[in-house]
Ligand binder design. Structure first.
Ligand SMILES: [Zn+2]
Length: 88
C-alpha cells in the first residue's frame, strides 16, 4: 500500500507548502518519490537533512531557501485514508 508523508514548511513571509514523499513498498524493488507542493525547487540547502538536501525547497513568494528549521508539522497518510478524503 502506498504511503504519503507530508512535511509541512512555513516561510517567514507567511507562505506555506509541503514536501510530499510517496513510498510504494510493492516488491520487487519498491518505489519512492519526493516532490514539492506549493514550493519551488532551487533552494540552497546543503546540510545533513536528506529530504531537504534532495529536494532543495524554496519559497515561491519571496525566494527564500527553506531548511529543516522551517518545518511546522508532519503527517502520514496511506492510500485508504486518501480515498476516504476524496469521497467527502
Ligand atoms: Zn517566503
Amino acid at each position: 500500500m502506498k504511503t504519503h508523508t507530508f512535511t509541512y514548511v512555513a516561510c517567514t513571509c507567511g507562505h506555506r507548502g509541503a514536501i510530499v514523499q510517496t513510498y510504494d513498498p510493492t516488491p520487487p524493488a519498491g518505489w519512492y518519490h519526493a516532490w514539492l507542493r506549493d514550493l519551488s525547487s532551487g533552494g540552497g540547502y546543503e546540510g545533513i537533512d536528506e529530504l531537504f538536501a534532495e529536494t532543495k525547497p524554496s519559497c515561491p513568494e519571496c525566494g527564500r531557501s527553506l531548511t529543516p528549521q522551517d518545518v511546522v508539522g508532519r503527517s502520514e497518510l496511506n492510500e485508504d485514508a486518501l480515498l476516504k478524503l476524496a469521497r467527502r
